[in-house]
Design a binder for this molecule. Structure first.
Ligand code: SAH
Ligand code: DHB
Ligand code: MG
Length: 221
């Protein structure tokens, strides 16, 4: 599902409210040149992540799914001095592109990039007591979003935010008969949220340059 108007509006909003600095622009260019899939958050979505981190006063951020580091840079730019983003990427080639872009953007000191499947890296982070996190952005393999959410819940600060990307993709979220494992995982996430007393959450559908999708925002009570 897509509409040229959605892209046009994203471009309009981007130009006025979410323009790229050199670091973000170079990160996108590097990602295209390296042949990475162009599935990073849109500029208005990157700006939303940054605003949420700032509203929360986040000092400690966790991201699952770095890709070329584009969303990482938006998030890192929200940090106060001494803050930290831990970002996890399974693909070593993507991680190398991200590492260079993060350095180039001048936020290398604030970002710790961990390479490996998140389900393997998260236990290491727990052992290192890397948390608690003020904001977690879940944007890796969608089938594991509920597992990542459960982990984030146990490693979030009180008042912390958890954002899960791509929960609506294809509009299958409300279809109980879908046999798409990704869609089923997003339903599992929502069922978990419905009965989880530790969080207050909602899901917002979105349209834009990335088509029709949506994200879940949860706050730890
Ligand atoms: N957050 C990025 C986009 C991430 S795209 C941005 O907006 O700029 C999803 C990323 O998750 C891809 O880079 C993919 O390689 C990575 N990924 C897939 N499975 C993963 C896993 N099991 N653990 C960590 N990362 C994973
Ligand atoms: C895909 C992944 C994403 O995180 C996203 O925002 C859009 C698409 C994908 O794997 O196709
Ligand atoms: Mg995404």
């Amino acid at each position: 599902m897509s509409d040229p108007v959605w892209t046009e509006i994203d471009r309009y909003v981007t130009d006025l409210l979410a323009p790229h600095d050199e670091g973000l622009e170079a990160a996108l260019r590097a990602s295209v040149e390296a042949g990475l899939p162009q599935i990073q958050v849109s500029p208005p979505q990157g700006k939303l992540l940054q605003l949420l981190a700032q509203v929360r006063g986040a000092k400690s951020i966790l991201e699952l799914g770095t890709l070329g580091g584009y969303s990482t840079i938006w998030l890192a730019r929200a940090l106060p001095p001494g803050g930290r983003v831990v970002t996890v990427e399974a693909d070593p080639r993507y991680a190398e592109v991200a590492r260079a872009s993060i350095e180039r953007a001048g936020v290398g000191e604030l970002v710790e990039l961990r390479v490996g499947p998140a389900l393997e890296v998260l236990p290491d982070l727990a052992a290192e007591e890397a948390g608690p996190f003020d904001l977690t952005f879940i944007d890796a393999d969608k089938v594991n979003t509920p597992e990542y959410f459960a982990w984030a819940l146990d490693h979030s600060a009180s008042g912390g935010l958890i954002i899960a990307d791509n929960v609506v993709r294809g509009g299958t979220l409300a279809n109980p008969d879908s046999d798409d494992p990704n869609a089923r995982a997003q339903r599992r996430l929502h069922e978990m949220l419905a009965t989880e007393p530790r969080v207050s959450a909602t899901t917002i559908q979105t349209v834009g340059s990335k088509g029709y999708d949506g994200f879940t925002l949860a706050m730890i009570r």
